[in-house]
Design a protein around this ligand. Structure first.
Ligand SMILES: *[C@@H]1O[C@H](CO)[C@@H](O)[C@H](O)[C@H]1NC(C)=O
Length: 244
């Protein structure tokens, strides 16, 4: 191979791998420490370094992914290590026993942000999901995209309006997360399964309506797509903020 060919191949690989990575900047605006977790969707390798990290109140951290990529982010809080060094959290735990989640997702309830990042500046999809419940307010702000690219959020603290039958409480009695009705009752009409397994047959419930009123841009149940899926073209980066 001529040196020019090698040079061009190097440029091409830089172009496809380096230049088109998407950056996620994660910020903790909560007045306490959180431990964000990440999960790469089916098939993809886990984010190279970070499947979990610690962010003190006010701290930020960035990570890059190489499109195509899909995955989700959430946050754990009220975390500690036991006598044997096993790490666990009262809310949003992933069950890994470590700060890294290593391919494990959030044990619900947890507020999620979900992404599908396209190659070559194509159409990205993103959403805030409360389908499995809520634990912390969250927002997503795209930067540098072209079309669409709305900032979205669930800013309300649903823990303060959570119906008793959905509430997850800490030992001191405070509500630290709010289950979805599907998670709490595991019934087809809430989970959109069985006879209720299509957008036409699964309607919002009195419970999902509480979520929707508080957080209109977030998925409140499985078929909440129309008002809850957002897109952005042009290869944006994303800022994810907890307690925006
Ligand atoms: C929702 O509806 C169920 C079944 O009709 C009822 O038992 C429950 O009390 C209602 N909950 C709220 C928060 O409205």
């Amino acid at each position: 191979m001529g040196i020019r060919v090698v040079f061009l191949l190097t440029l091409a690989s830089l172009y496809f791998s380096g230049a088109h990575s998407a950056t996620f900047a994660i910020t903790n605006n909560c007045p306490f420490t959180i431990w964000p977790g990440t999960l790469t969707g089916s098939g993809g390798p886990q984010l190279s370094l970070l499947t979990g990290l610690e962010l003190a109140s006010g701290a930020s951290s960035s990570l890059n992914v190489h499109p195509p990529w899909s995955g989700r982010f959430w946050a754990r809080y009220q975390c500690s290590k036991d006598l044997f060094g096993k790490f666990s959290c009262s809310s949003g735990d992933c069950g890994s026993g470590q700060i890294a989640c290593n391919g494990a997702g959030a044990i619900p309830p947890a507020s999620l942000v979900e992404f599908t990042v396209a190659t070559n500046g194509g159409r990205d999809f993103y959403d805030v999901s409360l389908v499995d419940g809520f634990n912390l307010p969250i927002s997503v702000t795209p930067h540098g995209g072209k079309e669409g690219c709305n900032a979205i959020s669930c800013r309300a603290n649903l823990n303060t309006v959570c119906p008793l039958e959905l509430a997850v409480k800490a030992s001191d009695g405070s509500v630290i997360a709010c289950k979805s009705a599907c998670l709490a009752f595991n019934q087809p009409q809430y989970c959109c399964t069985g006879d209720f397994g299509s957008p036409d047959t699964c309607s919002p419930s009195n419970y999902s309506r509480i979520f929707k009123e508080q957080c209109p841009q977030a998925y409140s149940y499985a078929y909440d797509d129309k008002s809850s899926t957002f897109t952005c073209t042009g290869g944006p980066d994303y800022a994810i903020t907890f307690c925006p």
